[in-house]
Design a protein around this ligand. Structure first.
Ligand SMILES: [Zn+2]
Ligand SMILES: [Zn+2]
Length: 290
């Protein structure tokens, strides 16, 4: 059974919550029994990205691309407390990934884990409470969360994807990538859960309202992964122990959840994989990985 302190660290005191929240919380407790890593997509897309991760003892954010206030609001909407965070890991310097990093870092005394090149390029970072540099290709730990950053093909200084190892779980995160290189494929092998970009439907992009240079940028090798490219990657990564796929960074203009799901479904025929689509405007449910 899950220890009491695991529950307390993740949730606000019962007294503060409404009845419906209490019911939601009871369901959460059933779902979270014996989990090894929990994941919550707080926001995903070109208007802001943030992923919450916790092993019950250590909670972190991967990116914080909304305002600090909005990230706090989305955490609380899922019964999570910003005071329990212990760090923010930054993938790259684009505003939709770092907008709230500086303010959250200062407000909650959080170290920011970021590569040197990304930090140098991140003019929006402000003056964080503390900075810890990482290097793509070298693992680092935040308590029991073992984090391995790896290079992505994207038009930023030093863009990173991540794998997180914890309690026998392997979570892979790859969004903001133009192509899935062999480095990406190698790192994402054997994951229990994958957070994978499915940015656009190529026809919707080409026929859509974006100016031509932006269309070219998105389609380029350093742009964003299309639904079809995501499906091809997933085809290569599928294995018996993959339990969850979270489609992420969907374009609101050039994609729909239905298109993205339809595109990848052929990769998942005859598998038990649960597929989720991360949203831009609200946080997703907390996923308890076991
Ligand atoms: Zn992005
Ligand atoms: Zn980006």
């Amino acid at each position: 059974m899950v220890e009491q302190n695991k529950i307390d660290i993740l949730h606000e005191p019962q007294a503060k919550r409404s009845l419906s929240e209490a019911i939601l919380k009871r369901r959460d407790h059933e779902a979270e029994a014996d989990y090894r890593l929990s994941v919550c997509m707080l926001a995903s897309g070109s208007k802001g990205n943030a992923i919450y991760l916790s092993d019950g003892r250590t909670a972190i954010l991967i990116d914080a691309g909304l305002s600090g206030i909005e990230i706090e609001r989305r955490l609380r909407s899922r019964g999570l407390l910003p005071q329990h965070l212990q760090g923010i890991v930054v993938s790259h310097e684009h505003a939709d990934h770092i907008h709230g990093v500086g303010v959250l870092s200062r407000r909650f005394n959080l170290p920011v884990y970021i590569s040197r090149k990304t930090a140098a390029a991140a003019s929006q970072l402000g003056n964080p409470h503390d900075i810890v540099h990482f290097e793509c290709g070298s693992s680092f730990c935040i308590n029991d969360l073992q984090i391995h950053p790896f290079s992505l093909a994207h038009d930023a200084s030093d863009p990173a994807g991540f794998t997180i190892h914890c309690n026998g779980i392997k979570l892979g995160i790859a969004t903001d990538l133009g192509i899935a290189t062999s480095v990406v494929k190698e790192h994402l092998k054997g994951c229990t859960a994958l957070i994978l970009e499915a940015n656009h439907d190529p026809d919707m992009l080409i026929n859509g309202p974006y100016p031509w240079p932006l269309k070219q940028r998105i389609q380029s090798r350093t742009g964003h992964l299309s639904n079809a490219a995501s499906q091809t990657l997933l085809d290569e990564l599928i294995h018996d122990h993959l339990k969850h796929v979270i489609l992420a960074h969907l374009s609101e203009t050039n994609n729909t959840p239905q298109e993205a799901l339809h595109a990848i479904e052929s990769a998942l025929v005859d598998t038990q994989v649960q597929v989720h689509v991360a949203k831009q405007n609200e946080s997703g449910e907390i996923l308890f990985l076991k």
